[in-house]
Design a protein around this ligand. Structure first.
Ligand SMILES: Cc1ncc(COP(=O)(O)O)c(C=O)c1O
Length: 382
């Protein structure tokens, strides 16, 4: 085991206590997150939350968190809003449009509930029509073809994942975004399984909105996440909730509210600043100590390794379309016809989440006894 891997594992005690394969749900916390959170809370406890210095400290933690997310996504800090999780980012955009009855949204048959339910809400509330592009059973069909076939003059938004949580497929979101630009349809990306697992350059992808969590592949604290809102696309959506942080506070400003110029207008404020300090710490650690390029290559090589090793086992049918494309690997196990609530994909037994450091079966099985066969099936992994 290389020195770097050893150091990384020491920084994450959960990866030595277990065979940790749960990163697609909750990644293991590195020590630097816990330390940063503790230090922030202890300073508040010791010195009190008083005066301008305390406020400035809080503000600079918020600013730092936005700046670090911006670097990860290759965006400008003014294009980042802090959120609680991916689902919040999806809600902000889905609710932000000025919907009219009969407007249409396109999504796919591989989306997670957290991206879909805001669409169902706007369908129920405003009469928006939700169209579902069929990417096939494992999300291997060409994304653009499936989506473009559903575009009509009433299409106002396209919502899809960068990496499907069902099979770990990487969707060609750049092609979809290009089509969206040509036809004036903005694109919202669910980045829950991509952020921290594969490289993301929102400018090169040219998407309008990109929602990410911190608690999965970025190994950050619960209740932290972010939403990228492209500068040029900000007027597509209006903030549904507003508060102190959503508006300008310049000297001589009238009492009448004026929304902040950038994505910060989508923040209400009142966040857990200690968690933001933890978010900053892990983003620095991943960038400076682990190294983004190393991380993405390692995730890819471990996930390809797992794919081929699983494929060689009797009774295993791989669902992941391209080995090593992302951190998720999914497969069917013969005789385990689970009743997982995923349209058209009865029988998905487990999604394996591999990152550079650890692996743990993220059980998507309805059967609670999956652990024993997972252990057997995955015995080879260590
Ligand atoms: C593709 C996808 N989107 C959204 C979510 C929900 O993420 P969050 O808890 O950050 O809202 C998940 C969680 O597993 C997911 O896999």
């Amino acid at each position: 085991m290389s020195d770097l891997i050893q150091r990384i594992r020491q920084e994450m005690p959960a990866t030595t206590a277990h065979i940790y394969l749960n990163t697609g749900t909750f990644g293991p916390l590195p020590t630097c997150v816990v330390q940063a959170m503790q230090e922030y809370l202890q300073a508040e406890w010791r010195d009190g939350r008083l005066g301008a210095a305390s406020f400035e400290n809080m503000k600079s933690t918020y600013d730092d968190a936005r700046a670090k997310v911006a670097r990860l996504l290759h965006a400008d800090a003014s294009e980042i809003a802090l959120t609680d999780n991916t689902g919040e980012g999806c809600n902000i955009i889905s609710y932000g449009f000025n919907w009219h009855e009969g407007d249409e949204v396109i999504t796919t048959n591989h989306e997670h509930t957290s991206a879909l339910v805001p669409l169902f809400q706007i369908r129920n509330r405003y009469g928006v029509v939700v169209r579902t592009a069929d990417l096939g059973p494992v999300a291997a069909e060409p994304t653009l073809t499936a989506i473009a076939g559903l575009v009509t003059p009433r299409t106002r938004l396209i919502v899809l994942s960068h990496v499907t949580w069902t099979t770990g497929a990487v969707l060609d979101i750049a092609e979809v975004a290009r089509m969206g630009r040509e036809r004036g349809i903005p694109v919202l990306i669910d980045g829950a399984q991509s952020a921290g697992a594969i490289p993301i350059d929102v400018k090169a992808l040219d998407v309008d909105f990109y929602a990410i969590p911190m608690q999965k592949w970025l190994c950050g604290p619960d209740g932290t996440g972010a939403l990228y809102v492209c500068k040029e696309s900000i007027d597509y959506a209006a903030p549904t909730y507003v508060g102190y942080w959503s508006i300008k506070h310049e000297e001589g400003h009238s009492e009448e509210m004026e929304l902040a110029e950038g994505a910060q207008r989508f923040e209400v404020g009142g966040r857990q600043t200690a968690a933001l300090a933890g978010q900053c710490a892990v983003l620095s650690w991943l960038e400076e100590t682990v190294g983004h390029q190393w991380l993405f290559e390692r995730i890819s090589s471990l996930s390809a390794y797992a794919y081929h090793a699983l494929k060689a086992l009797p009774g295993v049918t791989m669902l992941t379309p391209r080995p090593g494309a992302s951190g998720l690997v999914s497969f069917l196990l013969e005789g385990r016809d689970v009743n997982y609530p995923m349209p058209g994909r009865q029988g998905l037994v487990a999604i394996l989440c591999f990152n550079s450091l650890h692996l743990h079966a993220c059980t998507a099985s309805a059967s609670q006894d999956a652990t024993s066969w997972e252990r057997d099936a995955l015995h080879w992994a260590y």
